[in-house]
Design a protein around this ligand. Sequence first.
Ligand code: T46
Length: 135
Amino acid sequence: MDVKKIEFNQRNNTTGKLTFLEAKRDIPFEIKRIYYVYDVAKGERRGFHAHKELEQYLICIHGGCTILLDDGLEKENVLLNNPSEGLYVGPGTWREMYGFSEGAVLLVLASEYYDEADYIRDYSQFKRYITDKEA
Ligand code: T46
């Protein structure tokens, strides 16, 4: 599965914590877009799609949420509840986000501008896409 949890640089002292990410050093792609998902009501589930080309880092900068990842063969659930950790999610990965704690903020760094044509929003279409790619 093309996913990986990364620990970012942290500087902690008695007054608090600071995490930083540097372009090209910590994030291998050029960041073309940043967005964040927040105010997600208890029990809500989002995502339900894969991307054909897009690479992203997901960082839960406040609170926590869980990401279901599926490459068409295996499924994995990753808890994000640490602002100094990022989850790289590569193309061809179905994702669903759930279990948002109250006030959770999920920040996303994306390699491309928003393009609806890059989304696969239908699960059977995703399975066909993966099978065709492997053939
Ligand atoms: C992803 C997960 C982690 C835009 O117009 N511009 C944008 O940059 C984005 C991200 C979305 N939109 C529009 C598209 C929809 O009409 O905002 C609406 C909500 O987007 P969506 O339903 O895709 O949101 P999520 O939370 O299900 O998924 C988002 C990202 O779209 C997706 O790429 O990987 O977060």
